[in-house]
Design a protein around this ligand. Structure first.
Ligand code: PGA
Length: 248
């Protein structure tokens, strides 16, 4: 199985998201590719409906760990699952570093997603400062420990996205991680995960992925797919990504 996850972040207005989903509904993909769109929560239902006749599913970009009730502004895992979300991004670096989510917040969200029956896509990755301080392995180990310690998992119940923060594009411009380096980090992450679970945990790469470089990642032994931001928000580049991934 190869994963192509499209994180639309806050790039598109509702009508733009809907139009893109309607156009994507005409593209074809193979059965051994899992394609999931993560629109804004405001566009989730419309995008999901536009893709209803395809094998492209929808997920949410963020969940709160709170249950149902008096939690103004929160969107719980249960509510997301209830409207059909299969996957939830958890701990994306923009949540961690712009909105101040801690490793323990991320863990609460993982628990909430699993409890609701959704598959958390747990994002981890080192910042440029971590790289400069020689703390890449430290950062990944810590994020993984906080995510996995004491977790009871079955196969494919959780996905880890390795997204080096320095490789994530800003307004569509970014420096992708060298595929060999990405493969090395995924191998390291796979070894670390074995400390905590024997369950199968798919690993995907994210950070400036485009239709031009996607095959260089998904042909790596430890990389099971990609999480794409900017390049997934335009019809031409998203169609090219789908084509590239399904041709693998
Ligand atoms: P990018 O974003 O593809 O625009 O670099 C990836 C992500 O943040 O998930």
């Amino acid at each position: 199985m190869t994963y192509l996850f499209a994180n639309w972040k806050m790039y598109l207005h509702h009508q733009e998201a809907l139009a893109l989903a309607q156009q994507l509904a005409h593209t074809t993909s193979s059965a051994d590719t899992t394609i999931t769109i993560f629109p804004t929560a405001l566009s989730f239902l419309s995008v999901q409906e536009a893709l209803a006749t395809t094998n492209i599913s929808c997920g949410v970009q963020n969940i709160s760990w709170t249950p149902q009730g008096a939690y103004t502004g929160a969107l719980s895992a249960h509510l997301a699952k209830d409207v059909g979300a299969r996957y939830a991004l958890v701990g994306h670096s923009e949540r961690r570093y712009i909105f101040g989510e801690s490793d323990s917040d991320v863990r609460k969200k993982i628990d909430a997603a699993l409890e609701s029956g959704m598959i958390p896509v747990v994002c981890i990755g080192e910042t440029q400062e971590d790289v400069e301080a020689g703390k890449t392995a430290y950062r990944l180990k810590k994020q993984l420990m906080m995510a996995f310690e004491g977790l009871m998992l079955s196969d494919n119940q959780l996905i880890v996205a390795y997204e080096p923060v320095w490789a994530i594009s800003q307004s569509g411009k970014g420096i992708a991680c060298d595929p060999l380096q990405a493969e090395e980090q995924h191998a390291f992450i796979a070894e670390e995960i074995k400390r905590y679970t024997t369950a199968q945990v798919p690993l995907i790469y994210g950070g400036s992925v485009t239709a031009d470089n996607v095959l260089s990642y998904i042909s790596c032994h430890h990389i099971d797919g990609v999480l794409v931001g900017s390049a997934s928000t335009r019809l031409e580049s998203m169609s090219a990504l789908i084509q590239a991934v399904t041709s693998k």
